[in-house]
Design a protein around this ligand. Structure first.
Ligand code: PRX
Length: 704
């Protein structure tokens, strides 16, 4: 049976050896203008000043009522920040900038097709659009404070407009990544109990207009199967007035937003003054079990945290043009495209499409054209742009002062290309480690004040005190070369409040493991378990090794093995399924599925394709496995547990280890010969793996 977070970290405690990388120092020009350039800031955020240090972040916001208690720990681990305070997130991101910056672009939206015009949306226009859509939600849909509204929207300005409209009303939004399937969206609708779905007819991806509305129909059907009714589907049109989908509009249920908005022209909706502790949004993510977790984020703590970290770690100044090349459907986009930057009154670039469309010079053309000064993306995008266009960046006249990497470990070699070629040696880099659950950065260098080290995220960020524990809760010392579970010793304002509807799992997954005393109301007894393996070097910098809970990080997307396996088992011919990670040059990790068929069923390509389709239908195209292997039997322990580490080793051409204790050791060689011969034939032999990657494979499946 799967233990929620049981990690046999004895395996990860094995010494991890790697070459320590040399430091890179921030350019003097960057230091000269940085928001945080005085080392006294470390003192201000020292542990002795906790939790009051976070007043510095909260004071960046406009409060309707100031708080009386910075951190309330009376009901651990349900921490409450800025208690007594009231504010509105939409007011903070939009209205308060009007007096000084109404004509400044809040977003510069770049459509994927280069033949379409770039659109600038000023703070004034954003204000109008947010108010009008808020009026529609309130008056046409009847949503009220605390209700949930689900979005299934791509990278279009209508997404931040929809988010801010909900925030204005005190309504909780739940955006499902546009690339997820209709079924995945339907599950999240049902889990959150929303009755309204906001979607779009279509959007461009790789030059193709995707029929997105069709997924809304699947989502509503899935939600209905799960006992949840969707009353209204609001459909934005990619080209207002023209419907781009082939799926019919359902009378009485489906409505074109551009039509409805005519009735709300010029309507102004007073921002609802919300308690700091009111939920702002849900963001679903994967873990050990098949059911996705709705991470509930707060209004005051979250907004303070993303605003403060945007200022100090993203180093955003009023004159910057900031481009976070991520999807708003993930936490990175919520925190560092929408809430943090808008709260600071930033001009942000939003790009609809894929990185290399129509060619790998595209991002650098956008940067040149718009004068981007701050660039933020994931290692996957960097690897892809390097592979497809290693010599493209110097052809374009742009100059970044600051760059971010987020979401996956970055190989030092890729880091150096990012620094030397993309950044032209002029930009400082922050490698930011954090998670959907965290709201904002947890580990990063403070860009003007700490040197960079390729492959390491750096120390804990201001006011966040990480520690590495072994399985028994003993501290693994910095510089010991031993890995363990990275935890955060203290609460911080961006931490999520709970898993929507599952408070027991929230406590169990994130706090039970290292809680020292369940009766204690002292935060020091409740370290946060992040679910990542890590090593701390002697200089205090952390290197993140990856998940310890059988989540596979594909191109920065968290995919739960259980979700992949239960999707495969929806195919009637399949008896058993196991998902494992395989090293992938571009995506970091890819998924390989091993399946066995029921008695009497003959293996075939058609069955493999059915499994791939089932995964696309249940989760989305991003989860499509690299390979599906139909095997005669799975390697199993005598108690019948599938040994995922053994098949993971086969897929990655590493040592399968001791298999003598298996119930069916003979099957291992059969599978290995078959799979590896096929892979050799397809040219899929991986490069030599690092000791760290070998450890990851060895440890895979330990969460069971
Ligand atoms: O394993 C860590 C990895 O991504 C996981 C979190 O994924 P998600 O919740 O989707 O959030 C991604 C964007 C914040 C982590 O548990 N991860 C994230 N950032 C880094 C990282 N691994 C190494 N280095 C990073 N900078």
């Amino acid at each position: 049976m799967a233990a929620e977070q049981g990690t046999q970290l004895s395996e990860a405690q094995i010494a991890v050896h790697w070459r320590e990388e040399n430091y890179y120092h921030p350019p003097a020009k960057f230091i000269g203008q940085a928001n945080a350039a005085d080392p006294a800031i470390f003192e201000r955020f020292s542990e002795q000043r906790f939790p009051e240090c976070f007043k510095e972040y909260a004071d960046l916001l406009t409060w309707d009522a100031y708080w009386h208690t910075t951190l309330d720990t009376s009901n651990p681990p349900f921490w409450k920040w800025f208690v007594g305070g009231r504010l509105n997130a939409s007011y903070n991101c939009v209205d308060r900038h009007l007096a000084t910056s109404r004509n400044k672009a809040a977003f510069i939206w770049v459509p994927e097709l280069e033949t379409e015009e770039t659109k600038a949306i000023t703070y004034q226009e954003l204000y109008r659009r947010v108010n009008e859509f808020a009026a529609l939600l309130r008056d046409f849909c009847g949503v009220r404070v605390g209700d949930r509204v689900t979005f299934h929207l791509p990278m279009v300005p209508e997404l931040p407009v929809s988010m801010l409209a909900c925030a204005r009303l005190g309504v909780v939004h739940s955006e499902v990544f546009g690339g997820f399937s209709g079924v995945a969206c339907g599950e999240r609708i049902a889990d959150s109990g929303s009755h309204i779905l906001v979607t779009m007819d279509g959007y461009y991806r790789n030059g193709e207009l995707i029929d997105h509305k069709a997924r809304a129909d699947e989502a509503v059907a899935k939600a209905r199967d799960l006992g949840a009714g969707v009353d209204k589907v609001l459909v934005w049109r990619r080209h207002p007035g023209q419907y781009a989908s082939r799926s019919p509009m359902v009378p009485g249920r489906d409505f074109f937003v551009d039509d409805l908005l005519r009735d709300y022209r010029r309507t102004v909706v007073e921002p609802v003054s919300m308690p700091a502790e009111a939920p702002l949004f849900l963001m679903y993510t994967s873990g050990t079990t098949a059911r996705p977790k709705g991470c509930q984020h707060s209004t005051g703590g979250y907004l303070a945290y993303v605003t403060g970290t945007s200022k100090y770690y993203q180093d955003i100044h009023p004159e910057d043009t900031y481009w976070c090349f991520a999807d708003i459907g993930w936490i990175t986009g919520h925190s560092y495209i929408v809430y943090g930057p808008l709260s600071l009154g930033t001009t942000s670039v939003m790009y609809e499409g894929v990185p290399a469309y129509p060619d790998p010079g595209r991002p650098w053309r956008i940067a040149e054209r718009l004068g981007v000064t701050i660039f933020h993306t994931a290692p996957t995008t960097i690897r892809m742009l390097r592979k497809l266009g290693p010599d493209e960046p110097p052809k374009y006249d742009y100059h970044f002062k600051h760059m971010t990497t987020v979401g996956e470990p970055i190989e030092p070699d890729v880091w150096r290309w990012y620094h030397d070629v993309v950044g032209k040696g002029e930009a400082v880099i922050v490698d930011t480690w954090w998670q959907t659950e965290n709201g904002g950065f947890l580990g990063s260098t403070l860009p003007a004040l700490k040197p960079m080290k390729p492959g390491s995220c750096g120390p804990g960020v201001l006011g966040v005190y990480p520690v590495i524990y072994d399985e028994n809760g003993a501290v693994v010392e910095a510089g010991s070369g031993r890995a363990g579970n990275i935890c955060i010793r203290n609460p911080w304002p961006g931490i999520f409040q709970t898993i929507w509807g599952q408070p027991e799992r929230f406590v169990q997954i994130y706090y039970e493991k290292y809680c020292r005393n369940k009766q204690s109301k002292d935060w020091r007894d409740w370290p946060y378990f992040a679910g990542d393996g890590a090593v701390q070097a002697a200089d205090g910098y952390f290197r993140i090794l990856g998940r310890v809970d059988d989540v596979i990080n594909v191109a920065g997307h968290r995919l739960g093995t259980k979700e992949l396996e239960s999707a495969s088992l929806t195919v009637e011919e399949i008896a058993e399924a196991a998902a494992v990670p395989v090293m992938d040059e571009l995506r970091g990790r890819a998924v390989e599925m091993y399946v066995s068929v029921k008695p009497g069923v003959a293996p075939s390509r058609a069955i493999e394709e059915k499994v791939a389709k089932a995964i696309e239908t249940e989760i989305g195209k991003i989860a499509r496995p690299k390979n599906i292997w139909i095997v005669p039997d799975m390697p199993k322990t005598r108690s019948g547990k599938i040994m995922r580490r053994v098949i993971a080793a086969i897929s990655n051409f590493t040592d399968v280890g001791d298999t003598t204790t298996l119930a069916n050791p003979g099957v291992v060689d059969d599978i290995r010969h078959h799979v590896q011969a096929e892979k050799v034939g397809r040219g899929e032999v991986p490069r030599k793996l690092s000791p760290q990657e070998i450890e990851e494979i060895k440890a895979f499946g330990r969460a069971e």
